[in-house]
Design a protein around this ligand. Structure first.
Ligand code: FAD
Length: 205
């Protein structure tokens, strides 16, 4: 029923059901077989507004859910759920760079190799992952020990702004001026405080 509701409300999103090729492929995308639980369905929202609809729908149904970005969490329950729905951010995988503000905007489903490939075109980098396949979402929200951490701190220390979808579906920004408590708490807060749909990070200089 929850999966039917998601399919109806999210025509632009993909909702994958068990025993389909797409579903099995996403289950295979987990780094750890222990973490690769099989949910009722997997929803892949393409944009922040769709994540908001997913959150409103799941909370209205009091439906358990997991959040997956790059899928490198190792233990069962880290990033998926057996009796519930997995929100897979794998289709939100774009990185952009603003030359004027020297800020990279990174979606959570990016793997670090994609982030660095994009930034290399501008001759810049950020305090990102050391393993090219790890996802930006879990890495930054868990702290993030980068090759540049000795000089520039944890990856999370360099986040100027988080775009976040809260449990009630509202879309907010958390930075040094707005929602400052959340901005601070997300620096190591993992998936406990909302779904982060964009990280704005200063280039490492
Ligand atoms: C081979 C390998 C190499 C690694 N190398 C390093 C390293 O060099 N430095 C380092 O610091 N760590 C490293 N790690 C650890 C890695 O950073 C963490 O496992 C990280 O959580 C993986 O992020 P992910 O997005 O790939 O994983 P996921 O499993 O998708 O996410 C991890 C956790 O974050 C939550 N989460 C993910 N995205 C969001 C989001 N957008 N909003 C809210 N919650 C979210 C998930 O629910 C889950 O609990 C490594 C891990 C592996 C397996």
């Amino acid at each position: 029923m929850k999966c039917d509701a998601l399919s109806k409300l999210l025509p632009g999103s993909q909702v994958y059901r068990p025993q389909t090729t797409s579903y099995v492929d996403r289950i295979k995308s987990y780094f750890s077989v222990s973490a690769a639980l099989e949910p009722w369905c997997i929803v892949l929202p393409p944009a922040t507004e769709d994540v908001s609809i997913v959150m409103k729908t799941l909370t209205a149904h009091q439906c358990p859910f997991g959040i997956q970005s790059g899928g490198h969490g190792l233990f069962p329950g880290a990033n998926s759920v057996r009796n519930g729905v997995t929100i897979d951010l794998g289709n939100m995988n774009t990185t952009t760079y603003d030359i004027e503000s020297k800020t990279a905007s990174i979606q959570p489903g990016c793997r670090w190799k994609w982030v660095f490939e994009t930034l290399a075109k501008y001759g810049v980098a950020v305090t990102g992952g050391r393993d090219s396949d790890v996802g930006a979402g879990g890495f930054i929200l868990g702290g993030g020990n980068s090759f540049w951490s000795a000089s520039h701190g944890w990856a999370c220390d360099n986040v100027a702004n988080f775009e976040v979808v809260l449990a009630d579906g509202s879309i907010i920004q958390a930075n040094a001026k707005e929602n400052v408590d959340l901005w601070t708490a997300l620096k190591g807060g993992s998936g406990n405080l909302g779904i982060v749909t964009r990280f704005d990070i200063k280039e490492r200089g």
